[in-house]
Design a protein around this ligand. Structure first.
Ligand code: NAD
Ligand code: WQD
Length: 341
């Protein structure tokens, strides 16, 4: 019999791609999402890819009674927990929103899981927990640093809470630290839905090429890197999604109670390299200017992802060109009329 996985935030960017991969790998999936950063239509789009319906609960994970009713009613083997707010800048402006949703939401979820003897969880963390470091490639033994933003604080605290519960309360937890997820499903049925002006590089690039934004500003070219621009480890969202299936397979059978994995390609790319790759993939010239540095940007960071490769038997299949091609294909589906501010 198939195992059933509850995916919180399963209609979001990474969650939706993960639901596809789970369904395509013989897992039954239940999604809970409050639509705070997604839409119901995503469920239909997932079904268009997998030909399988998505069992959907539209609710906030902070509503303990709803969660309890769901865990009573469903037979859940494991949880992949994506549901959180993720805008770094907004978290500086509205820290309590982030503490309440990201930390409060996760503790409610963990409490209800515990009540119902569901103890296997895969948690979405971020390379932001390494803070401002110039030691790349970076592996999981690198100490967690002081957070750069309240968003980062929530990831560090949630990792710590999960570690406690794995040590003392019978949980089996996997923490996945994503580097920079980009791109979209090759079918162009699902992808990222940025609200308003994007903060992240790739949605900004695709919206500029689509004519929604006038030009891209490259945040600084005076860094100590080969072309002076920041370096990041961009990873295709489908590769990332596949890693969650491997992580869940591992979590359901592992001997230890807690483990942490970096998810990146292991290749660092500069902002200018990304722009060039996009221009090549889309056949467009991207209007851009060099601007000031953005406050809080780390100069360069990329993953040592060998632990995930070895222990989870996972490897990235997509390169930067595929990331740009699929991001552009998705932007063409979204069209040029999606400017909301
Ligand atoms: P997303 O905003 O696209 O998806 C999150 C989903 O969770 C949305 O569908 C939203 O409606 C839902 N949600 C939020 N709060 C909820 C709540 N209280 N109850 C129910 N549903 C709720 O974000 P994403 O890019 O898919 O990110 C998923 C996870 O990965 C987040 O935890 C994020 O912090 C983490 N992460 C993302 C990135 C990235 O660059 N996208 C990088 C590192 C880590
Ligand atoms: C990438 C590079 C910018 C926009 C953020 C979060 C991190 C994680 C991933 C969740 C940087 C440059 C960007 C633009 C630019 N999210 N840039 N012009 O900052 O690495 O990470 O998303 O966990 O926590 O902080 O990603 O896409 O914003 O920026 O030059 O208009 O592109 O300076 O070097 P970042 P990003």
């Amino acid at each position: 019999m198939n195992k059933t996985i509850l995916v919180t935030g399963g209609l979001g960017y990474i969650g939706s791609h993960t639901v596809v991969e789970l369904q395509e790998n013989a897992y039954d999936v239940i999604v809970i999402d409050d639509l705070s950063n997604s839409s119901k239509e995503v469920a239909e789009r997932i079904t268009a890819i997998t030909k399988k319906p998505v069992k959907l609960y539209i609710s906030d994970i902070k509503h303990q009674h709803t969660l309890e009713a769901m865990f009573e009613h469903e037979s859940i083997d494991g949880v992949i927990h994506f549901a959180a707010h993720k805008a770094v800048g907004e978290s500086v402006q509205e820290p309590f929103k982030y503490y309440a949703n990201n930390i409060g939401g996760m503790t409610t979820l963990l409490k209800v899981m515990h009540q119902h003897n569901v103890n296997t969880i895969v948690f979405s963390s971020s390379c932001t927990v390494y803070g401002d470091t110039n030691r790349s490639p970076i592996n999981e033994t690198h100490p967690v640093a002081e957070a750069i933003s309240p968003y980062g604080t929530t990831k560090i605290i949630c990792e710590q809470i999960l570690k406690d519960l794995c040590k003392h309360s019978g949980f089996r937890g996997i923490v996945l630290r994503y580097f920079n997820p980009v791109g979209a499903h090759p079918s162009a049925q699902i992808g990222e839905l940025p609200l308003g002006v994007p903060n992240n590089l790739v949605p900004y690039i695709t919206q500029t090429a689509a004519g929604i934004r006038e030009k891209l500003t490259v945040f600084g070219n005076d860094y100590n890197t080969p072309d002076g621009t920041n370096i990041r480890d961009y990873i295709h969202v489908v590769d990332l999604a596949k890693a969650h299936v491997k992580a869940m397979n591992y979590a359901l059978t592992m001997n230890q109670s807690y483990d942490v994995f970096n998810l990146g390609t292991g290749n660092g790319r500069s902002v200018l390299e990304v722009i060039k790759a996009f221009e090549k993939a889309s056949g467009t010239d991207l209007p851009y200017i060099i601007g000031d540095r953005r406050v809080g940007d780390v100069e360069q960071i990329w993953a040592d992802a060998s632990k995930a490769e070895n222990k989870l038997k996972w490897h990235c299949q997509y390169g930067l060109d595929d990331m740009m091609k699929t991001a552009w294909k998705w932007q063409l589906v979204l069209g040029s009329g999606s400017k909301s501010s």
